[in-house]
Design a protein around this ligand. Structure first.
Ligand code: FAD
Length: 456
């Protein structure tokens, strides 16, 4: 044991939520340390949003090259080559750059960065290696970790973590799961020319998204050559000379070069010592907090993926901001979880904000549904058989737009603006009186005049 150090706040985990909280608190004059065991920036920067989106761009570039043909460019197929190692190396260089930015951002704010694995000795002491650090407050922001189901051959199954560092691309791949990470990786692999099968135990993937969007996306993915197999799960994986034999629950067997599971994530609380401090956990294994991120132990709060709210970077960032204000600012403010917009970076993208049709009906709304399906202008000349879908869910009585959903190019970009309108309580009449931007796909959201059927 060595010197006691005094902090006002020790944040455990330098991910999206932890970095925001540490930086903002230090800027308010608090003495802050952040402990990080792996990588500055956490999941999002290192093995999540950022490298994923770079891979999506990389995967989509192949289509752009093909699409250029219709615009007069000649690119002989035999001259088009893709170098996976170069994409991974360039991605790694970018992540290192971001790690450096995070370090400088924390240091410039006056945050002490402690590298290592943190354990909570008591409600005011954090231990890293043989150092004990005393503090007035502790925030756990340790994120989440992929879970691979316990099947024979589990050791051959990769998670998203390893996918970012694959030494080479296989010829065939099986992606197991039906959430957004599975769908995005299936799209990335297929776009890079890997023969891809997606296995999901339910009837249709992307549970929780609007039903029309889910069905439409399934069609689009199949058009791109992804073999979608629903009501199918992996029973075992066997390592053979040529790759892997995957035993599927429907009795079939797939021979493949790679198996990835994106079947869920658990709260990352290993080794923190939460049990001995008496911190309550939820049934799903997350840290239980109240709406001010307070755990069952005074002086310990928790934010981000580890508390089981929507596992999204902007949610963790928002929580970090609110908590910093509560601890070292005016003490006011609450996180607003209404109308959180989100995108799935599959190809084409999904963008969604507000209630799905199913959720709105369940909540008892009488609805007008507006839907538009069309071929994006770009593909009139590219010849690609890709369609876009846009949908508005409107409360018939108040005329309020409850939800906006889309599949199509740049859906994530388009949905961000719509989210402001929906959050502000915009009505369909206000959408209608908004002048469109022509020619764009997005203008469809302000030109859908007739509901698909009478209000119901
Ligand atoms: P994290 O960012 O996970 O940070 C936690 C940090 O704590 C980690 O750096 C970890 O090393 C550290 N840590 C853990 N235990 C200890 C310990 N005992 N001591 C010290 N340090 C510790 N979200 C989006 O909004 N958009 C996306 O497009 C998106 N894509 C994603 C793609 C993938 C493949 C994945 C896996 C996630 C994606 N997410 C996306 C989710 C997003 O990354 C997370 O919601 C976000 O990173 C959560 O932030 P956090 O601060 O809770 O935890």
């Amino acid at each position: 044991m060595s010197d006691q150090q005094e902090f006002d706040l020790i944040v455990i985990g330098a991910g999206s939520g932890g970095v925001r909280l540490a930086r903002m608190s230090a800027e308010k004059g608090a003495r802050v340390a952040v402990v990080e065991s792996r990588y500055l920036g956490g999941t999002c920067v290192n093995v999540g949003c950022v490298p994923k989106k770079l891979f999506v761009y990389g995967s989509h570039a192949g289509e752009d090259i093909e699409d250029a043909e219709g615009y007069g460019w000649s690119l002989p197929k035999e001259q088009v080559r893709f170098d996976w190692a170069r994409l991974v190396a360039n991605k790694n260089a970018e992540i290192e750059r971001l790690n450096g930015i995070y370090r400088r951002m924390l240091e410039n704010a006056g945050v002490t960065i402690i590298e290592g694995n943190a354990t909570l000795a008591d409600a005011g002491t954090v231990v890293v290696g043989d150092q004990h650090y005393s503090t007035g407050h502790i925030t756990v922001a340790t994120g989440s970790w992929p879970v691979i189901p316990d099947v024979p051959g589990k050791e051959y199954i990769l998670s998203s973590n390893e996918m970012f560092y694959l030494p080479q691309l296989p010829r065939q791949a099986v992606v197991w799961g039906g959430g957004y990470i599975a769908v995005e990786f299936a799209g990335i692999l297929a776009g890079l020319g890997v023969e891809t099968t997606l296995l999901y135990r339910g009837d249709l993937f992307l549970r929780g998204f609007d039903g029309d969007i889910r069905r439409f996306m399934a069609e689009e993915m199949q058009k791109r050559g992804v073999n979608l197999r629903f009501n199918a799960s992996i029973e075992s994986v066997e390592n053979v000379d040529t790759g892997y034999h995957v035993q599927v629950s429907d009795g079939s067997r797939i021979v493949t070069g790679l198996v990835m599971a994106a079947t869920g994530r658990r709260a990352l609380v290993d080794g923190l010592g939460l049990e001995s401090l008496g911190i309550d956990m939820t049934e799903s294994g997350h840290i239980s907090t109240d709406r001010h991120f307070q755990t069952s132990v005074p002086a310990i709060t928790a934010i981000g993926d580890v508390i089981g709210t929507s596992q999204l970077t902007p949610v963790a960032l928002g929580q970090g901001t609110v908590l910093s204000r509560r601890l070292f600012g005016d003490g006011q403010g609450e996180m607003d979880y209404n109308s959180i917009p989100t995108a799935v970076f599959c190809q084409p993208n999904i963008g969604t904000v507000g209630l799905t049709e199913e959720e709105a009906r369940k909540a008892g709304h009488r609805l007008r549904i507006y839907r538009s399906e069309f071929k994006p202008m770009k593909h009139t000349l590219s010849g690609r058989d890709e369609r876009a879908l846009m949908k508005l869910v409107v409360d018939d009585r108040s005329d309020r737009v409850l939800g906006a959903h889309m599949v199509g190019p740049d859906a994530g970009e388009i949905t961000q603006g719509l989210a402001i309108a929906i959050k502000a309580g915009a009505t369909k009449a206000q959408f209608d009186s908004t002048v469109g931007i022509h020619p764009t796909s997005a203008e469809e959201f302000v030109t859908m005049r007739e509901p698909v059927s009478p209000p119901s």
